[in-house]
Ligand binder design. Structure first.
Ligand code: 5GP
Length: 203
């Protein structure tokens, strides 16, 4: 019987570089996928429907919540963000590792439902560096940056609730560490009990 995939939560304050790290990480992975979230926020220049997010309106988002079609969701910076349940459950069943790039509130909801999930938090080297990265990205207005900096403080205070932290000073280094975590977790006995049972019972 196939082992279920790992559910990996990848969080960190907005602007810390999660997207860049994941993009690079995925180039070397065959058995990992990144869940595509739904959001009510407007697409940024260059973002594509069904690739970066499913961009949907508030009414549709709320219908999905009501229909239990969201594995988790949260309000962030005045918009809804959520993980559509169906694809994640199906991929885990197929033994594929699924990465959720989500913020803290959603991560805590996942922790309740999937205590065996792997929780990874990406930290900036300093709060000044985070502000610099957020500002230089040039995609948010000053007001949105202030909201994101506020959320960042709250999120970083809660990093203790995760299993691992990675400091993103250098993308390559961050990627290597994330890879090491995924490999080690894939070998962890707590995730391989079914396999152990299956092989030993057929011996
Ligand atoms: P952004 O607007 O910069 O793309 O995302 C803002 C925040 O929402 C980021 O911290 C991102 O990780 C988080 N986020 C993206 N998708 C989801 C989701 O499906 N659920 C939750 N809870 N947070 C999400």
């Amino acid at each position: 019987m196939a082992e279920r995939g790992l559910l990996i939560v990848f969080s960190g304050p907005s602007g810390v570089g999660k997207g860049t790290v994941l993009k690079q990480f995925m180039q070397t992975q065959q058995n990992c996928t990144i869940s595509i979230s739904a959001t009510t926020r407007a697409p940024r220049p260059g973002e594509q429907e069904g690739v970066d997010y499913y961009f949907i309106d508030k009414e549709r988002f709320e219908r999905m919540i009501a229909g239990d079609a969201m594995l988790e969701y949260a309000c962030y910076g005045g918009n809804y963000y959520g993980t559509p349940r169906g694809p994640v459950e199906e991929q885990l069943r197929q033994g594929i590792n699924v990465i959720l790039e989500i913020e803290l509130v959603g991560a805590l909801k996942i922790k309740e439902q999937y205590p065996k999930g792997v929780f990874v938090f990406v930290m900036p080297p300093s709060i000044q560096e985070l502000r610099r990265r957020l500002t230089s990205r040039g995609t948010e207005k000053e007001e949105a940056i202030a909201l994101r900096m506020e959320a960042a403080r709250t999120e970083m205070e809660q990093a203790m609730l995760y299993d691992y932290i990675i400091v993103n000073e250098d993308v390559e280094d961050c990627c290597r560490k994330f890879e090491a975590i995924v490999v080690a977790e894939g070998c962890a006995v707590r995730h391989r009990k079914e396999f152990i049972r299956e092989v030993s019972q057929n011996a």
